[in-house]
Design a protein around this ligand. Structure first.
Ligand code: ADP
Length: 376
């Protein structure tokens, strides 16, 4: 019984109302018991002369009779009033508890559905009271869970797809070697090694991506000169530019304010952007790295005269695993399409932004990222 009461809001409400009614009836009855005899006597004594009573025993009997009748009708009325109030309390508690319990039940049912994997489940929100606000927040939370689940599924799909390609090539080559179809030449081994290398890079990239997305890395922020950051990166890549025959130039004003940055992390971003510019620019082309101050931030841009990016690819190139031309990236030993995703996360962790512009295919690209100026 107690358990049943504890589980039902409507019964709890009804019991609360009932207690209030009982206290009211008790107080009224007790007050009537003590106060009515005196008041009745006073009133009757005042009415005696008007009614022509002369006093004596006859008057006492009439008074007692009248008082008995009055008392009985008073307590009758009180009993009916208590019963009516109890019935009303029952009706009110049912109606009220329904209006409270119905949305709570709906949320309970929806949360159960979500727990079972039906992330599209929502509750109907009507009204503006606290319960409706709770329902609206519940829906927001359900929407976010649905989004996370979608991303998780997409990530698993993407990773599986990315792993399958090199694995299939390695497996196929090994089978060819075992069956004697493929010659055991250095080229064959070189090809297998390349695919294994690709797998290893992919796993490293994935590990880095998960760390960066979770924000699970420390940032050693220090004021550094943007030109120092750019120059040290370009020194590391200059040989590759020479080998490919792509011109590398810079425009780095000497009066730029320092930026607050983790040198290693921003170095990683620069390597990725300048490396991409080199990869997608054919021989004879050029890459220019510039830096400028724009409202309290230093913007570093990489402009190349290479492949360019078509408008339909441009909004997606920062998405993970996105490659505008998958076959070309693979053939050219390109990355897995994670580099820009990591780079943008790193820049955003510094409080900066990153974006890309391109006039279209063959028109070159411009990648820019900003970092807050130190002390700004
Ligand atoms: P990847 O390792 O494949 O280069 P990224 O995340 O670095 O991956 O880049 C994603 C995609 O963006 C690339 O596959 C390419 O299609 C496009 N991209 C990046 N940089 C350039 C660039 N400088 N010129 C043309 N396309 C680019």
């Amino acid at each position: 019984m107690m358990d049943y009461i504890r589980r039902h809001l409507g019964i709890k409400l009804f019991i609360t109302y009932l207690m209030v009614i009982l206290v009211g009836v008790f107080v009224l009855a007790a007050t009537a018991q003590f106060a009515i005899p005196g008041a009745f006597d006073r009133h009757m004594a005042g009415m005696g002369p008007m009614m022509g009573w002369g006093g004596g025993q006859g008057q006492g009997i009439v008074m007692e009779d009248l008082y008995g009748g009055f008392r009985a009708s008073f307590f009758d009325a009180l009993t009916w009033a208590a019963l009516a109030a109890t019935a009303l309390a029952l009706v009110v508690s049912i109606i009220f508890s329904r209006s409270v319990v119905a949305p709570v039940r709906a949320m309970m049912a929806a949360s159960q559905c979500i727990a079972e994997g039906h992330y599209e489940e929502r509750v109907v929100v009507g009204g503006i009271d606290e319960l409706s606000q709770l329902a609206a927040r519940f829906n927001t939370m359900a929407g976010q869970l649905e989004q996370i689940e979608l991303m998780r599924r997409r990530l698993i799909g993407d990773v599986t797809h990315e792993l399958r390609t090199p694995l299939t090539t390695i497996k196929g080559s090994m089978e060819g070697l075992m069956d004697g179809i493929l010659p055991a030449t250095p080229e064959t081994f070189q090809q297998i090694h390349q695919e294994a290398d690709r797998l290893a890079r992919l796993v490293d990239d994935l590990q880095e991506l998960s760390r960066v997305e979770a924000g699970a890395y420390p940032l050693d922020l220090k004021p550094v000169r943007a030109s120092d950051l750019v120059e040290s990166t370009l020194r590391r890549l200059s040989r590759q530019f020479d080998e490919k025959g792509v011109t590398l130039s810079t425009d780095l004003p000497s009066d730029l304010p320092a930026v607050r940055a983790d040198e290693d992390r921003i170095g990683q971003v620069l390597i990725n952007l300048v490396g991409n510019a080199l990869q997608y620019t054919p021989q004879g082309g050029s890459v220019t790295v510039t830096a400028r101050l724009h409202e309290n931030e230093v913007q570093i841009s990489m402009r190349d005269t290479g492949a360019g990016i078509t408008p339909e690819h441009l909004p997606h190139i920062f998405d993970r695993f996105y490659r505008a031309d998958k076959s070309r990236s693979r053939r050219a030993g390109g990355g897995s399409g994670i580099g820009l995703t990591i780079a943008r996360h790193l820049v955003e962790a510094h409080g900066g932004r990153m974006w890309a512009e391109s006039a279209g295919e063959g028109q070159g690209s411009l990648f820019t990222f900003s970092l807050p100026a130190a002390g700004g």
